[in-house]
Structures are given as C-alpha cells and as structure tokens.
Design a protein around this ligand. Structure first.
Ligand SMILES: Cc1cc2nc3c(=O)[nH]c(=O)nc-3n(C[C@H](O)[C@H](O)[C@H](O)COP(=O)(O)O)c2cc1C
Length: 385
C-alpha cells in the first residue's frame, strides 16, 4: 500500500496508516519491543513456520466461525488484548475500541492503565468487556478496582503476571518518550507539530488524558515520566501464586492469567483456580530472548489444555494466524498492536473493518482446510517447517 487513499486490507496496511497519523514517539511506543526486539520479531516470524493443511471436496457450505470464550459467545475466536494509553492514540480510544468490538462480536479488554475509565467503557459496551489488572502494593486499591469492575458489569478479569519489572524499551529512551528535559520536550513537540490531525483530534478534543481507573492516584497520562515512576513504585514485584489465590477468592467472575510461557507456570495457574490463561510475552516488550508464543503454545496446551482454556497473543496479524493458533490447541487468540493501529488510523470504523477482515480470513481458511466449525480445527491440520 503506497498511495495515500488505497483501501487498507491487512493489519500492516493499518500500521502504515497509523504511522502517518501518530507523532513518531507514540507510534514507536506501540511498535517497539524490549531490547533488540528479537522476541517481538520471533512472535511474528514463527507463525510462518506453521503450515496449514489444504483439504478438498469436503462440503464446506456451512462454515461458521462462531465460538465461545470463557462462557461468552463470540463471532470468531478472537479478543482484543489490553493496551495501556490507548486513549492517547485515538480520541477516547478505549471507547471507540469497545464499540467496534461489540459490533464485531468479540471481547474487548480494558487495561488498568487505560485512559478511559471502566464506567466510560461499560457505558459504550454492547458486548463483553473484560478488565485487565496489574497487582499493586496497595491491596485496598486492588480490591476497589475489582469492585468497580464488577459493578460496571465486567465478568472476566485478566490478571497480567509478566510485568514484575518493566522491560528495557530502547526506542522509548531514544525518542525521549520518557524524558523530562527541555530537549526531550522540544523533540516531542516537534513530532506533534508534524501531526496536526492528532493534535486537534486527540490531544485537544480527546481530553481528559488522565488514567481513568487510577484517576485518584495518577492524574496526567501525558506526563509519562510520572507514569513510569508510578509503575516502578506501586506495581508489586513481590507477587507470587499465593496472591493469585487471594485474588481468586475476591473475584467471583472468570479469571484469566496473562503472561504464562511455561508448562509449570500453566499448571500453577490451573491449580490456583484460573479459568483460562494467555500464553503471552507481552508482545515481546518484556523478556527479550524468550521464545515466541506460538512455539510455546503446544507445551502449555499439553500441560493444562484439559483443565483450563488456553489462549495466545503475540504476533497475530491475520485470521490465518488465528486459525494456526486454534489448530495448535488455543481456544482463541488475542491481538494487541493491530487493534490500536486500526483505531489510530480510522477510529471505530477502522477497527470494525479490520475485525471483519480477520473474520473473513478465518472463514476462507476453514473452507480451504475442509472444516465447517472451529471445533474441527486440530493439530493434524498443521505441520511445522
Ligand atoms: C502499546 C502497548 C501497550 C500495552 N499495554 C499493556 C497493558 O496495559 N496491560 C497488559 O497486560 N498488556 C499490555 N500490553 C501487551 C498486550 O496486551 C499484548 O500482550 C501484546 O500487545 C500482544 O502482542 P501483539 O501486539 O503482537 O498482538 C501492551 C502492548 C502494547 C504494544
């Protein structure tokens, strides 16, 4: 896609459009990973190592992409991963995303550090919205967040466990994303000045830019240095599986543990009473050098696939990738960067469009693999190369 007005037909088309809309430091904040970004690259590259089995003449006149994720009926086995600061990429970004997800029939997950509050998101939701939690030292605050989520109508909690500390994001450092110095502010202002649409649509008309769920603790999401400092001081690095047991008792709804990359941790998640887990390395933003998620998926499925629902995120860029993950045992896949590219580029309608692209790709792949239902996808329909 080189010309400006060519219709986007893939996630990477939306990425290119988002790049034109966003100030450089914000685009890189989304696009980047930890350290040398090897794990981030592997997440995507390893999907290319999985080959689908073509099957013919099997009556595929009844292809149905519908499925069920932790008790919710969905139009396809896909959900939106939690992304902090989404409301800085598009005007009230989380609200636009939850509306699009509702229209497309897939779940949306709101980050602890989203711009829009649970209440604002709940008011716009027409389908399931899930809440993602990080563990904070202040357990009263955690309990309060859970109570807010429940009373907002959220029935599924996604608890992220792979952010004991924050990975080194070199692009953010280079771009002065976190800098308080005059030079850093000047650099950011220069990048903003080159994106007048974002300036008017998001920076001016998209206010307030506080962290909606932490508005009493952390006021200004544009002050990213304070945000980082808050994360470092308030996010609890001493969390263990015992704390998850505490959380499990407190939360009456479904619980999904996000950030599991080993069979042992998967068994611990199942033992503590989780309903599901997400094989995730935070999109390659944490431990650089760790495996891709698609490579780890079979090991985790073999360990706990009979006990909990296993999901995957990281590097999913098309409906075909979703089909590969489901064949390898995932109940469904999540997407992170692709949804924010679509919302940053074209708002709610962009994301509705992208989700329909995914759904069609899943349907076409299923038909060409000779299956009519998601339940028929299985490991015999893929091979590694
Ligand atoms: C900009 C950005 C912000 C993120 N913020 C969060 C967050 O607040 N909570 C969380 O659990 N994961 C967060 N993640 C990780 C995503 O939920 C997800 O695991 C990852 O994006 C999946 O990989 P993908 O982007 O290749 O699809 C973030 C990722 C990105 C790119």
């Amino acid at each position: 896609m080189t010309k400006r007005n060519v219709r986007p037909v893939t996630a990477s088309d939306y990425r290119r459009l988002a790049r034109r809309r966003l100030p450089h430091f914000l685009f890189d904040y989304i696009d980047g990973g930890a350290n040398d970004e090897r794990t981030m690259a592997a997440n995507q590259a390893d999907f290319d190592r999985v080959c689908l089995q073509q099957r013919v003449l099997r009556d595929v006149s009844q292809v149905d992409t519908g499925s069920v994720m932790v008790g919710h009926k969905v139009s396809m086995p896909l959900a939106l991963s939690p992304l902090g600061l989404a409301g800085m990429m598009a005007r009230r970004g989380e609200v636009q995303a939850v509306k699009a997800a509702g229209r497309a029939g897939v779940p949306f997950t709101l980050s602890t550090v989203g711009i829009c509050s649970m209440q604002e998101v709940a008011a716009a939701a027409s389908g399931p919205f899930w809440f993602q939690l990080y563990m904070m030292h202040d357990r009263e605050l955690v309990a309060w967040l859970l109570q807010q989520a429940w009373s907002s109508g959220c029935e599924t909690l996604v608890f992220t466990v792979d952010l004991a500390v924050t990975g080194a994001r070199h692009r953010d450092l280079r771009n002065g994303m976190l800098g308080h110095t005059f030079a850093a502010k000047l650099a950011r202002a220069g990048q903003v000045a080159r994106r007048p649409h974002w300036l008017v649509d998001v920076a001016l008309r998209g206010r307030p830019h506080s962290f909606g769920n932490l508005r009493n603790e952390l006021h200004d999401a544009t002050d990213l240095t304070s945000y980082k400092a808050y994360m470092q001081s308030e996010f609890d690095t001493s969390v263990t599986w015992q704390d998850i047991a505490w959380l499990r008792n407190l939360w009456a709804g479904k619980l999904i543990i996000k950030g599991v990359m080993s069979a042992d941790d998967a068994r611990a998640a199942a033992d503590v009473g989780a309903d599901g887990l997400i094989v995730s390395n935070h999109g390659g933003r944490q431990l650089d050098g760790s495996s891709s998620t698609i490579r780890k998926l079979p090991e985790v499925v073999a360990a706990v696939g009979q006990r909990v629902e296993v999901y995957l995120d990281g590097g999913v860029r098309s409906g075909i990738d979703v089909v590969k993950a489901v064949c390898l045992g995932a109940r469904g896949a999540f997407i992170g960067r692709p949804w924010i590219w679509a919302v940053a580029a074209r708002g709610e309608s962009g994301l509705v469009d992208l989700l329909e692209i995914f759904r069609k790709e899943i349907a076409v792949a299923m038909a060409l693999m000779g299956v009519n239902t998601i339940a028929e996808l299985n490991p015999e329909l893929v091979e590694w190369r």
